[in-house]
Ligand binder design. Structure first.
Ligand SMILES: NC(=O)c1ccc[n+]([C@@H]2O[C@H](COP(=O)([O-])OP(=O)(O)OC[C@H]3O[C@@H](n4cnc5c(N)ncnc54)[C@H](OP(=O)(O)O)[C@@H]3O)[C@@H](O)[C@H]2O)c1
Length: 286
């Protein structure tokens, strides 16, 4: 069985490859990357590095040749482009004879979600199901790692700000999500046509601020930012409009309680609970 990981030089993809190497020999692993030069270390480890890009059907079909199971890691551009890219990746996999697709979806994959990127995941999930290939949908929650972005400002000012109200998010570390993906890829027969909600225990922002305060010994409090102030801060960073819209929508969803659901799917797949937000932040802030 030959396994391919797209986006293998990305943050999640490289962790998936690392966890795969703990489970199967390197000769069973292929990596689809947009920049071969970034994958020299993987090639040196015996991984079959291939050139792939969701914008190019022929290139992507070639990358999927001889592959039995592939992880499609969602891309990173605007909604319309990404829907097209993911459809191209599915078409390419099918044309190349891939039998099973695993996809990094999202816990709230509804087209009407205020988190605008959710519509991409809803479309890709439907497209994969309609392809007739075997599938496993990994509905990833938000990475705990994202919380680190607010830490430097919190340390400087004492304010850990977010327009989250009293909403909670079921954060889960990126590394745990990578391990779940690798577990599925190494044993696909156990996960045929399954959809997993991969999430941690929901936590609110006042509790997150208290954990950061405890871990750093600094006086830090949660500040519930007005949404328009938050959107203005994002715009001041020069982020693209689609990302500003998605991040603003993510907090609308948070205030609605859209990401408070709990699931034991991670433990079912991996055999242990995910790392808690407190343990993640304490380790990251040591
Ligand atoms: N759950 C969450 O909290 C969360 C947070 C951020 C992002 N995400 C989603 O999860 C994905 C993986 O997260 P990450 O942390 O690994 O992000 P990342 O480090 O930014 O990686 C993004 C990946 O997307 C790949 N990609 C982008 N455009 C592509 C294209 N046209 N064709 C093929 N591959 C393409 C990149 O490929 P190369 O390696 O070839 O550059 C890269 O591996 C993201 O792309 C995003 O969709 C989830």
């Amino acid at each position: 069985m030959k396994i391919l990981v797209t986006g293998a030089t990305g943050q999640l993809g490289s962790l998936v490859v690392k966890h795969l190497l703990d489970r199967v020999p390197a000769s069973q692993i292929a990596a689809s990357v947009r920049n071969i030069a970034k994958a020299q270390e993987m090639a040196a480890e015996g991984i079959d590095v291939r050139h792939g890009d969701f914008d190019d059907l022929a290139l992507m079909t070639n990358a999927f040749k001889g592959i039995d199971i592939a992880l499609i890691i969602s891309g990173e551009t605007d909604v319309e482009t990404r829907i097209k890219q993911h459809r191209t990746a599915v078409d390419a996999a099918k044309a190349a004879g891939v039998r099973h697709l695993v996809y990094t979806s999202f816990i709230d994959a509804r087209p009407e979600s205020p988190f605008t990127y959710a519509a991409i995941h809803a479309d890709t999930e439907s497209y994969i199901k309609a392809s007739g290939l075997s599938f496993t949908l990994l509905r990833n929650s938000f990475y705990t790692d994202l919380l680190m972005a607010g830490v430097p400002h919190a340390l400087e000012t004492g304010d850990f700000g977010a327009p989250a109200g009293n909403g909670k998010v079921s954060y889960i570390p990126r590394n745990d999500l990578a391990e779940a993906a690798a577990t599925v890829l190494a044993n696909p027969a156990d996960h045929v046509n399954q959809t997993y909600d991969l999430s941690g225990t929901p936590i609110g922002f006042a509790d997150i601020a208290a954990i950061i305060a405890d871990a750093t010994g600094k006086d830090i409090r949660y500040v519930d930012l007005p949404p328009e102030v938050h959107t203005g801060i994002l715009a001041s960073f020069g982020l693209p409009d689609h990302l500003i819209e998605a991040l603003s929508g993510m907090y609308v969803g948070t205030r609605n309680g859209d990401y408070e659901q709990t699931s034991d799917d991670f433990a079912k797949v991996v055999g242990r609970a995910p790392q808690s937000t407190a343990d993640f932040l304490k380790a990251a802030l040591k």
